[in-house]
Each structure stands twice: as structure tokens, then as C-alpha cells.
Ligand binder design. Structure first.
Ligand code: PAD
Ligand code: ZN
Ligand code: ZN
Length: 376
């Protein structure tokens, strides 16, 4: 029997409070309104950005259904939706692409003004929610919310992909892979023969390493305080790895020593800490070095740094979703994956049933996993 037009009761993991485990609840998911799409989620990764909400580092309105790195099948569409139809395989887009705003129209832009990242409201674009639980509205997470069997997104925040693609792998194209890989090839535009340093070797950092390698970097230095991340980093393209805890001097000086006093051409902060953001900046060449902030800064944090670091010519940039325009790029990235232009398997260390979501978060927090993919 078709569920179109009806409220769907299903399981979801609800974040009721910060610093508490998610709770698997039965929730109600309203039908999509005009220009909205209801998706049956079949696979979702656990990204550090979800954990930043639980830890309190990323402030959003609660209660909320988290999750944003996912893939699924369209269950039904609201009035006026033409970009997808029921049965289509799709990836939700945490960075939407409306096609009309200043960023969407600019060739260099990708952060659509419809995003819910910079000042999260946790609502659909019309200002309301599609989820309820025990009589309470649940907020949506960055235009997506994938820790649920069904979600509703705006049509600007979903894109159709190749139906042959394995959803339990390509869900990573919804965030971690595309973010890290794009930071290297798209935001930094790493050049052949260059030297790179990647701070943070989680799912996103390893994807940045892959991007540096694909761009032809000749040296890729992985930096992490958890040395158990090194073998995987070397496997996906790092040429060497360093642990800042092994040195008395600041890691930027260590990287200068390793590069004959020059600093690296490109550095990437893929941790989400202000101290590593300035360390990554200080690690790149004083004149033409480019440093990219990929890690999500803690809410309301500030950085003070010596402006001489920039005065001498360095470039400091940020990168959301790897600089990709999401609707245009996600289907192409899925095709590239199907064409074996890059791999995702090394990033997926664990696959768990959705109900074990809190175990998946524990694996991330204890540094034992790269990506856990939850299946439904
Ligand atoms: P992760 O937790 O899997 O990886 C972070 C890595 O950093 C771990 O291996 C840690 O051991 C390491 N680390 C921690 N502290 C330090 C330190 N002081 N120095 C060096 N390494 C350290 O996270 P992830 O890969 O899922 O995400 C990384 C960041 O990227 C995180 O802040 C996340 O919120 C952000 C992100 N940004 C975007 C975007 O669009 N910009 C998208 C997705 C994720
Ligand atoms: Zn993410
Ligand atoms: Zn836009």
C-alpha cells in the first residue's frame, strides 16, 4: 500500500540533549509539502560534525534528528517537484544548491544561501518541521537529517544518482569523501609535484590525502595525535606521518624542518580546533602557502594570531563540502566512484545496524573507527 500523502511512523535516533546518547524512538514523519521530497534512508555514515552537536561544540536547536551523510530512495514527492520521482536513488545535500543565489550563480561559490550551517535554525525552508515525537516537534539537521528511516528535505537539498551505485558506500559522497577530496582538488587546487600537510586523519582528512594524491602532490605529510591512524593514511597516499606529541617544538616548526625550512605548499586543518587551524596556517610557505580550514570551528570560538603570518603572503581559506556545487557535483562523483577513479572502501572501517548508532559514535570518539556506516 502506498504511503504517499500519509504520515509515516518509523524509527529515528533523537538527540534530546547534548552530552547524552541518542535515543531510538518511534517518530512521525509528515508527507512532503510543495517542493519537498520524502526519502527512505538506506545507509548513513557517522561524521564528526554529528558528534560536534552531541558534544556541544556545534550549537543547534534541540531536540533534533542528526545525520547528514546518507543515501536512500525517494518515497514520495510534494507538489511541483520535478528533479526526482519516487523510486529514484538519491543523496541528500547538507549544502543545498538552489541555483539562484549569489553563491550558486558565481562560478567560484558553493555555499548556497539556503544552507542551514552558518546560523542553524533546524527547520525546513518554510520555517516548520516534518518530524514529531511524543507530541514534540523535532528539528532538522543541516537540510538533511538522516538518522531516521524516513526524512523530508527540500528539493534543493537532494540529487538523483546512478541507481547501480552501492548506497552503503556512496553515502560517504554525501559528506566526508567529497569534503576532504574537494578541499584538495577544488578549494586548494593542489598542484602536481607540491608538498602537502593534512592535520587530522579521520574520514575527511584521509579523503583530503586522497585528493592531494590525485592532484599529483609529491609529498603528503599526515599529522595526527593518534598514531593508529597512520597505516591507513599511508595506504591511501600519505608519504609520511608525524605525531605532534612526539616533539617538544611546535608542529609548524617540525614541518618546516621536514621541508628544508620552506614549509609546505598546502596545509589542511581537518580536525575542528582553533589551535590546529593556526598551526596549519603557520606550517605552510610564508609567501605562497595556502592553508584550508575544513574542520568545523567550535561555535562562538575566536582565533588570535600574528598577522605577519598573512602579511607575508599566505592564503587562508575555508572549505564547506569541498567547494563543490552539490547538485552538479554529487552525481558526477558517484559516476567517478563507479568508474573506479577513487575508492571509498578504506574509509569504511565499520558497518552496523542503525540501532547500534551509539556504538558507532563510541568507535569515533575512541579513535577506533574511520567511518561507521549504519544500514537500515
Ligand atoms: P574524525 O574525528 O574522524 O577525525 C579527526 C582526526 O583528528 C582524528 O584522527 C583525531 O585523532 C585527529 N586529531 C584530534 N586532535 C588533533 C590534534 N590536536 N592534532 C592533530 N590531529 C588531531 O573527524 P572527521 O574526519 O569526520 O571530521 C574532521 C573535521 O571535519 C571535523 O571537525 C568535522 O566536523 C569537519 C567536517 N567539515 C565539513 C565541511 O564541510 N567543512 C564536512 C564534514 C566534516
Ligand atoms: Zn559530515
Ligand atoms: Zn543557492
Amino acid at each position: 500500500m502506498s504511503t504517499a500523502g500519509k504520515v509515516i511512523k518509523c524509527k529515528a535516533a533523537v538527540a534530546w540533549e547534548i552530552k547524552k546518547p541518542l535515543v531510538i524512538e518511534q517518530i512521525e514523519v509528515a508527507p512532503p509539502k510543495a517542493h519537498e521530497v520524502r526519502i527512505k534512508i538506506l545507509a548513513t555514515g557517522i561524521c564528526r560534525s554529528d558528534d560536534h552537536v552531541i558534544s556541544g561544540a556545534f550549537t543547534v536547536p534541540l531536540p533534533m534528528v542528526l545525520g547528514h551523510e546518507a543515501a536512500g530512495v525517494v518515497e514520495s514527492v510534494g507538489e511541483g517537484v520535478t528533479c526526482v520521482k519516487p523510486g529514484d536513488h538519491v543523496i541528500p545535500l547538507f549544502n543545498p544548491q538552489c541555483g539562484n543565489c549569489s553563491s550558486c550563480r558565481n562560478t567560484r561559490g558553493n555555499l548556497c544561501t539556503q544552507n542551514d550551517l552558518s546560523e542553524p535554525r533546524g527547520l525546513m525552508p518554510d520555517g516548520t518541521c516534518r518530524f514529531t515525537c511524543k507530541g514534540k516537534s523535532l528539528h532538522h539537521f543541516i537540510s538533511t537529517s538522516s538518522f531516521t528511516e524516513y526524512t523530508v528535505v527540500h528539493e534543493n537539498a537532494v540529487v538523483k544518482i546512478d541507481a547501480a551505485a552501492p548506497l552503503e558506500k556512496v553515502c560517504l559522497i554525501g559528506c566526508g569523501f567529497s569534503t576532504g577530496y574537494g578541499a584538495a582538488v577544488q578549494t586548494a587546487k593542489v598542484e602536481r609535484g607540491s608538498t602537502c600537510a593534512v592535520f587530522g586523519l579521520g574520514g575527511v582528512g584521509l579523503s583530503a590525502v586522497m585528493g592531494c594524491k590525485a592532484a599529483g602532490a609529491s609529498r603528503i605529510i599526515g599529522v595526527d595525535i593518534n598514531k593508529s591512524k597512520f597505516p591507513k593514511a599511508l595506504e591511501v597516499g600519505a608519504t609520511e606521518c608525524v605525531n605532534p606529541l612526539d616533539y617538544k617544538k611546535p608542529i609548524s616548526e617540525v614541518l618546516f624542518d621536514l621541508t628544508g625550512g620552506q614549509g609546505v605548499d598546502y596545509s589542511f586543518e581537518v580536525v575542528g580546533r582553533t589551535d590546529t587551524m593556526t598551526a596549519a596556517l603557520a606550517s605552510c610557505h610564508e609567501n605562497y602557502g595556502i592553508s584550508v580550514i575544513v574542520g568545523v570551528p567550535p561555535s562562538a570560538s575566536e582565533i588570535s594570531f600574528n598577522p605577519m603570518l598573512l602579511f607575508t603572503g599566505r592564503t587562508w581559506k575555508g572549505s564547506v563540502f569541498g567547494g563543490w556545487k552539490s547538485k552538479n557535483s554529487v552525481p558526477k562523483l558517484v559516476s567517478d566512484y563507479m568508474g573506479k577513479k577513487f575508492v571509498l572502501d578504506p574509509l569504511i572501517t565499520h558497518t552496523l545496524p542503525f540501532e547500534k548508532i551509539n556504538d558507532g559514535f563510541e568507535l569515533l570518539r575512541t579513535g577506533k573507527s574511520i567511518r561507521t556506516v549504519l544500514t537500515f
